[in-house]
Design a binder for this molecule. Structure first.
Ligand SMILES: [Zn+2]
Length: 268
């Protein structure tokens, strides 16, 4: 069977580790992965007295997205690229789909319809990590639900058994690079996302503890990646590389809805 085996060049060692695991567990569908992450506040914010204010943490994102090439055969003969392009043109106003296409070499990736069989999400905990707050997993679950509730054909269900999950969310104290979160997903040969992992840090790389609102914002951003979004330069959106906001914007919602109205794959 012909597959597009695309092992991305990733800059982050932990990512490579994840990729290896993914490849072992899903040998038939290893295709592409994305690492995304959130970084700490600008230095100016670091020394604010009140670290719990929303503005105390801006979130940057070191996105080591893989530039995937695609086998033209992988999309099958039923895809009408011209029609897909036309639908993108009609729907792109108010979205940043164009930025995603340029970052992804004109390819879109997303989950298949998962309304009847929701994506199984396992959210871990990190009670041994300094600064751990038991409310954090709920913040993460809320981030998943916020995206699911905007009107896309994907639902999430939260499972207790990690071995039964499509998606794993894990916690670490901090990343060695100036980031605060990371998302890795894998897709099949037709650009359907099939599995993903999110890692969230409790502290900025510089040591500052992330408050619950920042954790929630980071989770929103990372779940956005998990669902197939990439970055936008507009800092009013949760999917900007350096996040300033704490909620989904209209453009975030519109871009995700447009993505989920289209078949995945290359539109070249
Ligand atoms: Zn990102």
């Amino acid at each position: 069977m012909k597959r597009t085996d695309l092992i991305p060049v990733l800059l982050l060692m932990p990512v490579l580790g994840f990729i290896a695991v993914q490849a072992m567990h899903t040998p038939a569908i290893t295709a592409t992965s994305q690492a995304a992450s959130l970084a700490p506040a600008s230095r100016a914010h670091k020394h604010r007295a009140n670290r719990t204010t929303e503005s105390a943490a801006s979130i940057a994102d070191d996105n080591t997205d893989s530039d995937a090439t695609i086998d033209a055969d992988a999309d099958g003969k039923s895809r009408d690229v011209l029609d897909i392009r036309r639908r993108i043109q009609l729907g792109e106003n108010g979205t940043y789909i164009g930025e995603i296409l340029s970052e992804r070499d004109s390819a879109l990736a997303r989950w298949p319809e998962r309304l009847t069989t929701p994506v199984r999400v396992w959210v871990g905990s990190g009670p041994a990590i300094p600064g751990w707050d038991q409310s954090y997993p709920e913040r993460v679950r809320d981030a998943f639900d916020q995206w699911a509730n905007i009107g896309i054909p994907v639902k999430f269900t939260f499972v207790r058994d990690s071995t039964d999950a499509d998606v794993h969310v894990s916690w670490i104290d901090h990343f060695d690079s100036p980031i605060s979160g990371k998302t890795i997903w894998a897709r099949d040969g037709k650009w359907w996302i099939v599995t993903a992992n999110i890692t969230l840090a409790l502290h900025h790389n510089a040591g500052e503890l992330l408050d619950a609102k920042a954790v929630h914002a980071i989770a929103l951003h990372e779940v956005g990646h998990l669902l197939g979004l990439d970055h936008t330069v507009d800092t009013a959106n949760i999917m900007t590389a350096r996040v300033r906001v704490r909620d989904l914007s209209e453009a975030d919602r519109a871009t995700m809805k447009l993505l989920y109205s289209l078949p995945p794959g290359s539109v070249k």
